[in-house]
Design a protein around this ligand. Structure first.
Ligand SMILES: Cc1cc2nc3c(=O)[nH]c(=O)nc-3n(C[C@H](O)[C@H](O)[C@H](O)COP(=O)(O)OP(=O)(O)OC[C@H]3O[C@@H](n4cnc5c(N)ncnc54)[C@H](O)[C@@H]3O)c2cc1C
Length: 402
């Protein structure tokens, strides 16, 4: 069985649909949304009506139940047009998936049809003032009451926190890491916008303050103690996958813009694209984008096959795609010269957005240490296997041995 890089007819048709949606409804407005630092309310209706907010919701609850490749293509095409909108797909998808995977029947019935249409927007609230990369530093406390829980603590940098109706939020219950579904209207929850963020400026970031915040007993999601190891880990896995594909789109956008500009702009009597040092930048963008897309496809293929190596493949994809997007964006600004620094071209936005991609969903350094750690242990495990077993027998073995 060969590694499939060819999309099925259905996946190709889906890609065309996503690309057309992004071209019509997202790309022309992305610059203005970035300046306004928000998405307009009617856009939530538009993207909800297209069905894209239901990508991670099972079909039985009104969602699109997209396969991993289609979900990736959606993130690529939206990410090519606007990283803030792709961020919406990411965090809303993370919250949706958590409810679908860990929710009780009642929680699924209540939330999933709303999340599928965008009638409710979901967000992911894990980071705290003292808990960033090290999520074990989680300090938000939950206490049981007669009819539910009371939460005390703070959450930082919550994407679409300003707009969300429900937060997938993590706290300690009796010292154990636990997931909750906290409604925005919960008494004791204060939502404060975070203006002036470097990139994904339209992703409506907020801080959450929970002061004796009351939530009902039904807010508990999954079992106490499984909040980080199961609920957050699984949601972050999807988030990382979504960001990785979004970075492919972002890198492609850098290439598209640079090719157009280098073809139009002349210096020293020839178009920029005829200068070999400019060609080097275009070549690196084209190669990096293709390689990132292949790593994302590999991760998607393994996810669809429910292969446990999908986790590691997603780390590889996110690490490579985000660093590639940043390099492509830096080169894209360089190719555009002064115009690359101005507001007329989108590449300055791409550069700001790309820097954020190296920080969210596991920073570049966390990806590097995790990938190196896994590679080391794979190598050690291989050394202890009998020689006959060490022969690669299929694409997963060949592609995942690092
Ligand atoms: C635009 C944006 C949107 C976000 N959206 C959300 C959201 O929706 N929900 C949410 O919960 N959070 C969100 N975050 C927070 C994000 O997840 C954190 O920023 C991220 O986890 C890193 O944590 P930190 O910023 O506290 O950095 P720190 O953990 O303090 O790290 C700072 C630096 O030290 C490095 N470092 C840390 N530990 C190590 C190590 N062991 N080895 C090597 N280097 C290390 C990091 O790589 C980084 O370069 C968002 C952040 C941004 C910027």
């Amino acid at each position: 069985m060969a590694l499939r890089v060819q999309l099925t007819d259905q996946q190709s048709a889906a890609r065309e649909e996503y690309e057309a949606f992004a071209r019509e409804h997202v790309a022309p407005k992305a610059g203005a949304w970035d300046r306004d630092e928000e998405l307009p309310e009617d856009f939530f209706t538009t993207i909800g009506a297209a069905g894209y907010l239901g990508a991670a919701v099972p079909a039985t609850y009104g969602g699109g139940s997209l396969d991993a490749i289609c979900f990736g293509l959606l993130n690529e095409e939206i990410g090519r047009a606007c990283s803030s909108v792709r961020s919406l797909l990411t965090v809303h998808g993370m919250a949706s998936r958590a409810v679908a995977r860990w929710g009780s029947a009642a929680q699924r019935e209540h939330w999933l049809p709303r999340l599928a249409t965008g009638a409710a927007i979901g967000a992911f609230a894990l980071t705290e003032p003292g808990a960033g990369s090290d999520v074990k530093g989680l300090a938000t406390e939950a206490r049981r009451t007669a009819d539910g829980f009371v939460l005390d603590g703070a959450k930082r940098w919550i994407t679409f926190g300003r707009r969300a109706d429900v937060y997938l939020l993590f706290a300690r219950l009796d010292g154990r890491e636990t997931a909750f579904l906290v409604e925005r209207t919960s008494p004791g929850l204060q939502v404060t916008p975070v203006p002036g963020i470097l990139g994904t400026r339209a992703s409506m970031l907020a801080e959450l303050e929970l002061r004796a915040c009351q939530v009902p007993a039904e807010a508990l999601l999954g079992r106490p103690g499984f909040g980080l190891s199961a609920v957050a880990a699984d949601a972050l896995e999807l988030g990382r996958y979504s960001v990785a594909w979004g970075c492919v789109g972002l890198s492609q956008a850098c290439l598209d813009s640079s090719l157009d500009y280098a073809g139009e702009r002349e210096q020293f009597g020839v178009p920029l694209r005829d200068h070999q040092l400019v060609q080097r930048m275009l070549a690196d963008m084209a190669t990096g984008t293709s390689a990132a897309r292949l790593l994302c496809q590999q991760a998607g293929w393994l996810r669809d096959a429910a292969d446990p190596q999908a986790v590691h493949a997603t780390w590889l994809a996110k690490y490579y795609s985000s660093t590639t997007a940043f390099r492509s964006a830096t080169d894209a600004v360089q190719v555009h010269g002064a115009h690359g620094c101005g507001a007329e071209y989108p590449v300055q936005r791409y550069l700001r957005d790309a820097k954020v991609m190296e920080i969210i969903e596991g920073s570049t350094e966390l990806q590097q240490t995790t990938i190196a750690h896994t590679a080391y242990h794979s190598r050690r495990a291989a050394a202890f296997r009998p020689a006959a077993d060490r022969r690669a027998t299929g694409p997963a073995e060949r592609t995942m041995t690092v």
